[in-house]
Design a protein. Structure first.
Length: 261
């Protein structure tokens, strides 16, 4: 199988589990409140990774079927969720999974749904939901702060990974990207008007930990070995110049919608 951005996460499953930021408790509470999922309700998770968000929902006692195509990621998710017998992990992609006659009250997906072609993902999501069901899709968005460190960081990328620097420079502002995804879901006609919620967060990182975070980004994983090594070394040196620790803000964006009947 050809190596793709989607498949790179499976190569660094342990690091992914260690350093990817967790999700705020308020997001979990909002999803459960908005969905009105009953105590006996069933949840489907698309792309569960190592089970980070899975655990937060499993604590509430719902039955969960979690799909993860990466074998290493699925293995870690099974281990992390072993105390929850109502959580089942299947090593399969959402596209290849056969739901047969299964129906769910809530479909969730964290940092994963964009890997599925929209003409496949949204119709299949609507198909496997009960008439009262909902989708809750969420992503981390990383605004670049206007600080000296992050301005110098762009110079580092321009020198060592110009293809990434140019892509970052060309991309829309993050608020436009948030609106584009909202419009994409609304345009399917399969769901009621999308509710968008934002959860500002920030994480402190040492140089070593920040490099581990970069190791989990698919676009960084796709760099050739020499370019990736030189980039990471330069980023670590820059963080050291700024005292050895930096704070990286991010926003968790939730897109919630009820199935249209």
């Amino acid at each position: 199988m050809a190596r793709t951005g989607k498949s790179t996460f499976n190569e660094v499953a342990g690091i992914y589990d260690e350093v990817r930021p967790r999700y705020p408790k308020k997001l979990i509470e909002d999803v459960l409140f908005l969905s009105r999922i009953p105590d006996e309700g069933r949840m489907l998770e698309v792309g569960c990774g190592t089970g980070q968000i899975t655990l937060s929902f499993a604590e509430h006692g719902h039955s969960m079927l979690c799909l993860e195509p990466g074998k290493n990621l699925a293995k870690l998710a099974s281990r992390n969720c072993r105390q929850y017998p109502n959580v089942v992990i299947k090593t399969v992609s959402f596209e290849d999974w056969n739901p047969e006659s299964e129906l769910f009250d809530l479909l969730i997906s964290a940092q994963a749904f964009h890997w599925i072609p929209p003409e496949v993902g949204y119709p299949k999501a609507a198909e496997v939901l009960r008439d009262t069901g909902s989708i809750a899709l969420f992503w981390n968005v990383y605004p670049d702060p206007d600080t000296e460190f992050f301005r110098l960081l762009q110079d580092v990328y321009q020198e060592h990974a110009p293809q990434l620097a140019e892509r970052f420079a060309r991309r829309d502002p993050y608020e436009v990207r948030i609106k584009n995804r909202e419009d994409e879901i609304n345009a399917t006609g399969l769901f009621e008007k999308v509710i968008v919620k934002r959860y500002p967060c920030s994480m402190p990182y040492t140089g070593d930990r920040y490099i581990k975070l970069l190791e989990t980004f698919s676009d960084h994983r796709m760099l050739d070995d020499t370019a990736r090594h030189n980039l990471f070394e330069a980023v670590a040196d820059l963080i050291e110049r700024f005292g050895g620790t930096i704070t990286r803000p991010h926003i968790v964006v939730l897109y919630f919608a009820k199935k249209k009947t």
